[in-house]
Design a protein around this ligand. Structure first.
Ligand SMILES: Nc1nc2c(ncn2[C@@H]2O[C@H](COP(=O)(O)OP(=O)(O)O)[C@@H](O)[C@H]2O)c(=O)[nH]1
Ligand SMILES: [Mg+2]
Length: 323
């Protein structure tokens, strides 16, 4: 059975099929639909084909390094099959992309078996941290877990109130920092509240200041330090919230955060609004960070665990014809 057929078979059994297909609709138009166009002039995996493929990969925001790697691997594979068809070329392409994503195994999410699991959400302003906190709260409450928020974005006016409002809407307690105060103080208050009230998941919404790497590093280190003093092993997870529409610029931000603290995963927001689905591969290949969740809208229920098979199927749906 070909890779694409297997992918289709796996995808058909997934729960979130419709959500994935509609969320990746635009990404599919830049990727799968464009690839299909290459079939008309296909004469094998030659320089002209690889050049076209590179352009499509770059337009999907895979990034030049990852795009080159994909092309090299595809060329090597095609060299084994001189009479290769377009369909088999696409099969190999998708298999190679999956291989790149799975080259480094994803670390599972860490949960504290003995108390509160502390999750720090980091990322620049506007990336979707506060909205993601609300979405995660919604998800964990559906799993019958108790949740609390820490509004530690003390720098941006209105940021604390924004999370507090989500707290009211979702009935989640929100421990508020003081505007212009120390975000770490809010984290301490939040951890103490969580311990007292047997909270399972403490979601900390932090400030995303990137103007100075040393400051950022110090601020994040302090948050980690105070959290671990309050709750053993905290923060158990530090997730970078990235706006998928910022493409390669988002990747550059991710690199700075990754150099400044220990990240355990990525939440990729606004996937619904971007044609650039390839950023997932670039993040995994360059930073070895798993994409844990994807944001597919502005409402609390618009968050999905990331699944590489559903992702690959959704961005390449049209390629499954013509077998
Ligand atoms: N379409 C869409 N919009 C989102 C998503 N996540 C966040 N947003 C919007 O992006 C804007 C910034 O989000 P916010 O959570 O305030 O970002 P923060 O500054 O990082 O806390 C808001 O208007 C959100 O509604 C998403 O997954 N899809
Ligand atoms: Mg915010």
């Amino acid at each position: 059975m070909s890779f694409l057929s297997k992918l289709k078979e796996v995808f058909t059994k997934k729960e979130d099929k419709a959500v994935y297909l509609s969320g990746f609709q635009k990404a599919k138009q830049t990727f799968g639909d464009q690839l299909n166009q290459l079939e008309y002039d296909f004469k094998g995996v030659d320089d002209a084909f690889l050049e076209e493929l590179t352009i499509i990969l770059l337009e999907s925001d895979v990034g030049i390094e990852t795009a080159d790697l994909i092309c090299d691997k595809l060329k090597a594979k095609a060299d084994e099959y001189p009479q290769i068809t377009f369909h088999w070329t696409m099969n190999f392409l998708m298999e190679i992309m999956k291989g790149i994503y799975e080259e480094v195994p994803d670390e599972p999410i860490r949960y504290n078996e003995n108390g509160t699991t502390v999750i720090l959400l980091e990322g620049v302003n506007g990336s979707g941290k506060t909205t993601s906190a609300a979405k995660l709260a919604n998800m964990y409450m559906k799993q019958s877990k108790t949740v609390a928020f820490v509004a530690a974005d003390t720098f941006r006016a209105g940021a604390i109130e924004q999370l507090a409002k989500w707290g009211e809407r979702l009935d989640v307690p929100c421990i508020k920092g003081r505007e212009n105060g120390d975000p770490s103080a809010a984290i301490v208050d939040g951890c103490r509240f969580a311990k007292e009230h047997n909270i399972d998941i403490l979601l900390c919404d932090t400030a995303g200041r990137l103007q100075n790497k040393v400051n950022l590093m110090n601020e994040l280190a302090k948050m980690n330090r105070v959290a671990s003093r309050e709750i053993e092993g905290a923060p158990h997870n530090t997730w970078l919230v990235l706006d998928a529409t910022t493409g390669q610029n988002g990747l550059a931000q991710a690199e700075i955060f990754a150099q400044s603290t220990t990240l355990s995963g990525i939440i990729l927001t606004k996937m619904d609004g971007t044609a650039k689905g390839g950023i997932v591969l670039a993040i995994k290949h360059k930073l070895h960070l798993p994409v844990l969740f994807i944001g597919l809208g502005e409402q609390p229920e618009d968050l999905r665990p990331f699944d590489v098979d559903s992702y690959l199927y959704s961005i390449s749906e049209g390629l499954n014809h013509g077998e």
